[in-house]
Design a protein around this ligand. Structure first.
Ligand code: ZN
Length: 749
């Protein structure tokens, strides 16, 4: 829609001078001629500083021992990170919070019928991998924020355990009420699986890694290759994350009380049924002992068995109990004070806690952040003074539920609402393609910075490699044209799954998540095998992509910190919103056509007639008719956003030198732009989530739902809510458009 014809093909033919790309031809967004020259000089110096060897050494030290929340090495790491920040000349301190955390006391999983089997529930050390044998310090395999429980019941296989899987089960005449379900990892965030199982009446939930998605079907398993071995287990949180992030006991406020007393019933995000994650080694005998209907074709994994859904004859005894404790989490915060606007904050973060050794998750991203800190510290020693304040944050407690970032942000919410410019996140970083997701007002900034960083293996700019991959991946001519001709390479929207969640979804702070990946593969996520031995054999083995991450993230930080006019670009936002509005219109149309077709077939007797009479079959019920929704307020708001984005762009191009007071007014309006996309009362069913353009799906957890209030009302067939959610969302977009118009006017006055 806003495609700017870009002379990409001549650039392709001409090639580039070097791995860092061509010298930039125009000023970076937000900088005037003179300030642009100064910025370029400092940035070039900055990008020459990060060293792969230093990133490697940080990774080795930080991942040397298991360092989950509350462990001795977690605290040791926090103190080591603090010592590094101080060594780099930065002002730094540790801020401690006191959320609820649980560790396992008892874990039993047995099959008691038709044959006895006791699950090992253990990951075994691997030869040649020294840290895999640190058994005493490793957390056992478990899902944090499962409730305690002791249940014995028949087993049912429910595929990925998303709502559509239960609809399919109902057609097979299988009910999970009073049963234990076994569900495979994938397709949704893990916390969604026990939530949906409990909604359908299940009494227990086992989550396993099927080798089809995460194991030998993907490639050779560790230690021969990077993929998950038979005994590998994915730990992780099963809290109801889409309800609220952070400490289960203190939604919306910081967990600052070390003597907090608690009642578990106040922890609204705990599961309703006991949950345990298991390996495919432990899952195989259980699944092999199921009879009943054959699993639908797309439900079958890569175990050498015939997949049935049950229920039974496999009968399961599952018992889990936990040590529930208020546990300190230690965020390490470094600060480089702004020389001109100390009360405008540019924030960068990556978590430091892991499930076990976590060489990939999170240390690969954290080591890059530390290298950014070292390089920025060097610039300060050489005379650079960022105009705005930069905060570098190493969060604790991300793995259980974004604890460290959420409690910090909730504690400092008032200050953040007025001072925060943007939040830049990273987490695991591997080999391969640059990926960036986030607030679309930052799309131009990301593109400009990524154009100046080279891919360490391909020796072309990381942005150009990403654009060429988009061409390769495009599914149709329109996507190909978009990939080739649009001025900016598009960035994705943020769902959840790392520490940006609180900033963008709860506080309405423009946010980005950055990293590299897609090559090298892997299957050690949240297991004891995510360690230095694995990472240096199979992932970013020479830490050159860690260096590239430090280069691109640091460049973005510097631009946000130094720009005259903050480098927001609302054309990218307006373009994204216009696409989302079109998606909503298409969704309503598709859903209407699908339900009309389904009801017609029921009327014609199609499902009964074609079903195999010797197989179980339950006829489907009719869908409620999909009414005509009035989406025109959304469409009008989208047009307003587009118009004002263009006005702002024109005003920015026309603006000459901007004086102090006028500049302060423009930048204050720009800082509040993302906040305009939120509503204080939050989304339906989950008031903690306040953003009306981006949210993690209520039933997806990781994946984003854009324009979530409207989209989820349609998807979940809450048709009577749609028009009112359209009105609320349109009001938010109109408010954002008015704010952008104010900024355009302020530029001109
Ligand atoms: Zn992580």
């Amino acid at each position: 829609m806003f495609a700017v014809a870009l002379l990409l093909l001549p650039a392709l033919a001409g090639g580039f001078e070097g791995p860092e790309g061509p010298p930039p031809t125009s000023s970076p967004r937000g900088f005037s001629g003179k300030s642009a020259d100064t910025e370029r000089k400092w940035e070039q110096r900055y990008r020459s500083l990060p060293q792969a060897s230093v990133i490697r050494e940080s990774n080795r030290i930080l991942s040397a021992e298991p360092h989950h929340v509350g462990s001795p090495y977690d605290e040791k790491n926090a103190r080591w990170i603090l010592s590094k920040f101080l060594e780099f000349g930065l002002d730094a301190s540790i801020e401690t919070f006191y959320p609820l955390f649980s560790t396992p006391k008892e874990r039993v999983l047995e099959m008691i019928e038709p044959a006895f089997f006791r699950a090992a529930l253990a990951e075994t050390p691997v030869e040649g991998d020294p840290t895999s044998s640190q058994t005493a310090a490793q957390l056992p395999t478990y899902n944090v924020y499962s409730i305690d429980g002791d249940v014995t019941a028949s087993l049912v296989y429910v595929n990925y355990g998303v709502p559509a899987d239960y609809e399919k089960l109902a057609r097979l005449g299988v009910d999970v009420r009073g049963k234990v379900v076994i569900v495979r990892y994938g397709a949704s965030w893990r916390g969604i699986k026990p939530k949906v199982a409990a909604e359908h009446g299940a009494v227990g939930c086992l989550i396993y890694s099927d080798p089809r998605d995460d194991g030998y079907f993907e490639g050779d398993v560790y230690p021969a290759g990077p993929y998950r071995p038979p005994q590998g287990v994915q730990r992780g949180s099963v809290s109801d994350g889409p309800l609220y992030a952070g400490d289960p006991l203190t939604p919306g406020v910081g967990a600052t009380n070390p003597n907090a007393r608690f009642d578990l019933k106040d922890a609204k995000t705990l599961t309703k049924i006991p949950v345990l994650p298991i390996s495919y080694g432990d899952a195989k005998p259980l699944l092999a002992a199921l009879a009943g209907p054959l699993a639908p074709r797309e439900w079958r994994g890569a175990l050498p068995i015939t997949y049935h859904v049950g229920p039974g004859p496999a009968k399961i005894h599952l018992k889990v109990s936990f040590d529930w404790k208020i546990t300190p989490v230690r965020d390490v915060i470094a600060r480089i004070p702004g020389s001109v606007f100390p009360d405008e904050w540019v924030i960068r973060g990556n978590h430091h806690d892991a499930w076990v050794n976590g060489s990939s998750d999170p240390v690969s991203g954290l080591s890059a952040l530390l290298e950014e800190a070292r390089a920025l510290g060097t610039l300060v020693k050489e005379g650079w003074r960022p105009r705005r304040t930069i905060l570098l944050c190493a969060w604790d407690g991300e793995e259980p539920g974004l604890l460290g970032s959420t409690e910090w942000a909730e504690t400092h919410a008032e200050e953040l609402r007025t001072k925060a410019v943007a939040y830049i996140n990273s987490d695991s970083c591997g080999r391969g393609f640059f990926n960036a997701s986030g607030s679309h007002s930052l799309e131009t900034l990301v593109n400009e910075a990524a154009a100046e960083v080279g891919d360490p293996e391909k020796k072309i700019p990381i942005l150009r490699r990403l654009r060429l991959r988009r061409i390769e991946e495009a599914r149709n001519a329109e996507d190909r044209r978009d990939a080739r001709e649009r001025g900016n390479v598009r960035i994705g929207a943020l769902g959840s799954g790392s520490d940006y969640t609180t900033f963008v979804d709860h506080l309405g702070i423009a946010s980005l998540n950055l990293g590299f990946g897609g090559e090298g593969g892997g299957g050690v996520y949240h297991s004891i095998y995510d360690d230095f031995a694995w990472y240096t054999r199979f992932s970013d083995t020479d830490f050159s992509y860690g260096r590239a991450l430090a280069q691109v993230a640091g460049s973005i930080l510097m631009r946000l910190a130094d720009a005259d006019v903050l480098p927001f670009d609302f054309i990218g936002l307006a373009d994204a919103v216009a696409r989302y509005v079109k998606e909503i219109r298409d969704l309503a149309k598709d859903q209407r056509e699908a339900s009309e077709e389904k009801n017609r077939r029921i009327h014609e007797g199609v499902p009964q007639a074609v079903a195999d009479p010797r197989e179980p079959f339950v006829p489907p019920g009719k869908d409620p008719p999909v009414p005509d929704f009035d989406l025109s307020p959304l469409e009008k708001a989208s047009v307003s956003l587009t118009d004002t984005a263009k006005e702002y762009d024109a005003a920015l191009s026309a603006a000459g030198r901007i004086d102090g007071a006028r500049l302060a007014r423009v930048n204050a309006l720009l800082r509040s732009a993302e906040r305009m996309l939120t509503r204080e009362e939050g989304l339906p069913r989950r008031s903690w989530f306040k953003h009306y353009v981006y949210a993690p799906g209520f039933y997806t957890g990781y994946d984003v739902k854009t324009l979530p209030a409207v989209r989820e009302a349609i998807e979940e067939k809450q048709y009577s809510d749609v028009n009112s959610e359209v009105a609320k969302t349109a009001e938010v977009l109109q408010r954002a458009a008015a704010n952008i118009r104010e900024a355009a006017k302020a530029l001109g006055n």
